[in-house]
Design a protein around this ligand. Structure first.
Ligand SMILES: C[S@@+](CC[C@H](N)C(=O)[O-])C[C@H]1O[C@@H](n2cnc3c(N)ncnc32)[C@H](O)[C@@H]1O
Length: 212
């Protein structure tokens, strides 16, 4: 079932990087994973565009969407880089701060109470996390260091039968950075995952075995 029209409208109005077709695939994965009745985890909140979809699925199933971000932006979002947005710079601190925009996005979508937002570094959050997860969505830092740390930190918490979703997977370096692709290859190579769907750069894998 597709998201409600008001959820889709909130998604399309939100700042972010996810196109509609990938968003619908993420939503379908979140709905399926939410049936496991465990939290859905996102690395890389930014301004909440993709969080809206996880939160909608979480609301339907009565589970919680958890989203992790330090809200200071990834490398490619810093001033002078391709994905920089000057409107999300905190003028007092002089650094990016996407947390206020994220909170506004979620409030306007009416989804605040279905989301637990963790503000900080993903590996630090993963290190103190202790609950099995129904879904892990990796869309944080896109360097090898960050993508690998997200994978190694959160995937051990993914329950058997749960879904691993990875964004910005590009087999061809001409299309984009390779770190998410390497993490995706690692997951398949581990023998613990089976591919469920591919929508442009968004890959959905199911945990069918132990290990990472
Ligand atoms: C590509 S954006 C996420 C986009 C979002 N999922 C969407 O669809 O709109 C990546 C986000 O990851 C965050 N990030 C990067 N490295 C991180 C880390 N090590 N810990 C926490 N957040 C991180 C950045 O601050 C940025 O907001």
């Amino acid at each position: 079932m597709a998201p409600k029209p008001e959820t889709l409208a909130a998604f399309e109005a939100a700042k972010g990087f996810m196109p509609l077709d990938e968003g619908l695939a993420l939503h379908a994965a979140a709905r399926e994973a939410a049936a496991l009745r465990m939290p859905l985890l996102e690395v890389g909140t930014y301004c909440g565009r993709s969080t809206i979809l996880l939160a909608d699925a979480a609301r339907e199933a009565g589970v919680t969407a958890v989203t992790v971000d330090h809200h200071r932006g990834s490398e490619e979002q810093q001033p002078g880089w391709e994905y920089h947005d000057a409107s999300v710079v905190d003028p007092v601190v002089g650094r990016m701060d996407t947390l206020p925009t994220f909170r506004r996005t979620l409030h306007q979508a009416g989804l605040e109470e279905h989301v637990l937002a963790l503000v900080g570094r993903s590996p630090q959050a993963a290190a103190v996390w202790g609950t099995p997860l129904g879904l892990v969505f990796i869309d944080g830092g896109h360097t090898d260091e960050h993508a690998t740390a997200d994978y190694e930190g959160w995937v051990p918490h993914l329950a058997e039968g749960g879904l691993l979703v990875i964004h910005d997977v590009f087999a061809d370096p001409a299309d984009g950075g390779q770190a998410p692709y390497r993490v995706y290859r690692r997951a398949l190579g581990s023998g613990a995952f089976t591919e469920v769907s591919v929508t442009r750069s968004l890959h959905v894998l199911r945990r069918t075995g132990l290990g990472i």
